[in-house]
Design a protein around this ligand. Sequence first.
Ligand code: MG
Length: 258
Amino acid sequence: MKKKLIINLMLCAGLFTSIQAQQTVKTLDKDKMTPGMTEIMDPEVKIIQPAMIAGDAPSDAIVLFNGKDVNSEWEDSKGNPTKWIIMDGALVCVKGSGVIKTKRKFSNFQLHIEWKTPSDVSGDGQGRGNSGVYLQGLYEVQVLDSYNNRTYRQGQAGSLYKQYAPLVNASRKPGEWQSYDIIYTAPSFGSDTTIYFTPPRVTILHNGVLIQNNVSLRGPTVYVGIPEYFIKKHGPESLVLQDHGNPVAYRNIWIREL
Ligand code: MG
């Protein structure tokens, strides 16, 4: 019982280090405790301004694309201005121009990104409205027109490509705007820098629907073969958007570092 109390107190008192908490609570007798002893006022939780409209950026977000300017936050893979174009307030992939990546690098984050596949449907399977959001430039969240377009399940929209199929297919029709809200926890590495100490973890909502629930990745996305842990240690990395040859559009991209 006392052990359970100690654990509960340590969870409540998040600002304590575990050693401090143990030293403090060891001397406490539950019968002599008052409610106020587990009610922590300081430091006050940071106050931010949520958006007036769901999906828009809260006050503490970094806006990565606002519909007007791409060059301040994005560049091509070589660090040059991207050839992707802005059309009607959206950032549109230009076939053959290559990926774009953020100039900033991120570790843990909450990302909101909206995307649209062409209303003029052409191709099928992986060839229809294909792009992708690469978390830390390594782990692809698939962007695809998955409305009436069967492909392998771990390759459809909302999949963690070739690792996890989405829990459901929440796709809208081609030509309609869709959203991903992605919560990402970066991996950590132990002394052996070729394997994860803790692997990357991802939660995704597609159009507001939970489709990936805190899944643990095996390794960076690969097209051929099975993703494994044999990777090099990495720190913060850019967010990358894929050029897969289809004119997929993006808008309202913002990120909150966690
Ligand atoms: Mg893709």
